[in-house]
Design a protein around this ligand. Structure first.
Ligand SMILES: Cc1cc2nc3c(=O)[nH]c(=O)nc-3n(C[C@H](O)[C@H](O)[C@H](O)COP(=O)(O)OP(=O)(O)OC[C@H]3O[C@@H](n4cnc5c(N)ncnc54)[C@H](O)[C@@H]3O)c2cc1C
Length: 424
């Protein structure tokens, strides 16, 4: 467990303890408390129990309903509320807000298990809320801001989104143009955001905007909390996507949208650094999700190739097929170890930007390579909408794009391969 002192909050409140105890009690109620398997040196008993609980939720609540959510284009509120009750939405947050105060390894476990659901759209709906949007509040919020919003976020009563990308600024975050002009006790926001996950159904948006228009590059950006219903803020349209169909994605518009100064997160003009810091967790989580998806694809494909017969034997009996699957399994295991080793480094407070960038690039590419082979070995059935692998192929494509493209990640790695004194 991490220190309970976080952002000025003494987190050992009776409510927090209750939530945490509930998590452990519900784990033991399903008969897994005494399991003493240790999968890796950095996994504790608590991590293992947590994994079991998420896995059970995925098996019982997600897999049977995932297709309906794909059709509907979003994940219903009752599912997110239920996840809040089970303690899945505040894994790292202070107990004072109902969180469990676990570490980055627990976050990776959550992402990996949600990825294994085979519904990438569902997984990202949850992970944007828990690990890409709400960390902006957790890391920069004042006591008042945390008390105001965090309990409902952890309970799944308010769903969060993060709005950084704009039509003319994705990889190049410093190029955003949405502005926030100070007027007395308010900021007035103008501009638009695009490809925002949870953008249609969220209640609370963490929005990056320029507070100093004259400042060059990364300077002059600040982060704001904008609540649904704020005059001047609207969801311009829901976007239709290639995959992740159960995740809602939106274009957002701000037209003279007045936001109180009390809704600014962190220091004025320091928002770029907050975005970059939070990207580290986002990328770790996306890598873990991708690895979960790749494992699920291999498992599905194993089932298929051991049943399907051609030329008198099963596909598994063809050496070319089983060796290719074995190679993919080896690569996935390598990626998985990189994810967990990096999560461990993060849990120790160590600088791991290079490792995070490596795993985001590696897992984002690998999951697509794995999906290609898995769909190939399913033959014609793999091309049918009724085959899970068909959906998984579409869902995987985003992993080399969203949250930092492979090219940008490799630049981050390359920068750190040469000591700074030798760089040109
Ligand atoms: C489904 C989905 C969900 C998303 N959710 C969110 C969200 O919730 N919140 C949010 O803020 N954003 C979100 N995004 C945005 C996402 O993070 C960006 O799309 C991504 O960072 C890439 O930015 P871009 O689309 O502007 O591409 P660009 O930056 O225009 O890049 C286009 C191509 O050029 C390459 N490229 C760019 N610069 C360089 C360079 N210097 N060197 C080499 N190659 C380069 C890129 O790698 C890429 O291949 C989402 C996107 C999608 C598709």
């Amino acid at each position: 467990m991490q220190s309970s002192e976080h952002n000025g909050f003494a987190s050992n409140s009776p409510n927090g303890r209750d939530a945490h105890n509930r998590l452990l009690e519900s784990m033991s109620a399903v008969g897994i408390a005494n399991k003493d398997v240790v999968e890796a040196p950095y996994l504790t008993q608590e991590h293992i129990l947590f994994r079991e609980q998420v896995r059970r939720f995925v098996d019982t609540e997600v897999k049977p309903r995932g297709e309906q959510w794909e059709e509907a284009g979003f994940v219903p509120r009752d599912v997110l509320r239920r996840m809040g009750e089970l303690g899945f939405l505040g894994v790292r947050y202070p107990q004072a807000y109902g969180g469990s105060e676990m570490d980055s390894i627990a976050t990776a476990i959550l992402a990996e298990e949600l990825g294994k659901s085979t519904f990438g759209g569902f997984a990202v709906t949850v992970l944007v809320h828990t690990d890409m949007a709400s960390p902006h509040l957790a890391n920069a919020g004042t006591r008042e801001q945390l008390e105001r919003w965090m309990p409902d976020i952890v309970a799944g009563k308010k769903i969060a989104a993060v709005a950084v990308t704009e039509p003319d600024a994705g990889s190049d975050v410093a190029g955003i143009r949405t502005s926030a002009r100070r007027e007395g006790d308010n900021y007035v926001l103008n501009g638009s955001k695009i490809y925002i996950t949870n953008g249609v159904h969220a209640d609370i948006y963490f929005v990056a905007a320029k507070t100093d228009l004259a400042a060059k590059g990364s300077r002059g950006i600040s982060m704001f909390v904008v609540e649904k219903g704020t005059p001047g803020f609207s969801v311009a349209r829901a976007l239709k996507k290639h995959g992740w169909l159960s995740s809602d994605t939106a274009e957002l518009v701000f037209e003279d949208c007045r936001v109180p100064v009390a809704n600014r997160l962190g220091e004025e003009n320091r928002g770029f650094y907050a975005v970059m810091k939070n990207f580290q967790n986002e990328r770790l989580v996306l890598g873990a999700q991708a690895i979960g998806e790749a494992q699920a694809a291999i498992a599905l494909t194993l089932e298929w190739v051991t049943q399907r017969r051609t030329f008198g034997t099963t596909l598994w009996e063809k050496q070319a097929i089983r060796q290719r699957l074995a190679m993919q399994a080896a690569k996935v295991e390598a990626g998985r170890q990189l994810v967990y080793n990096t999560a461990w480094l993060a849990s120790q407070g160590r600088d791991c930007v290079k490792e995070v960038s490596m795993l985001k690039a590696y897992c984002g590419e690998l999951v697509n390579e794995v999906m290609y082979d898995c769909q190939q070995f399913h033959g014609g059935f793999g091309y049918m909408r009724e085959a899970a692998i068909e959906r998984m192929v579409r869902d995987a494509r985003i992993h080399s794009i969203g949250g930092g493209t492979t090219e940008i990640m490799l630049e981050e790695v390359a920068k750190r391969m040469i000591p700074s004194r030798d760089r040109t």
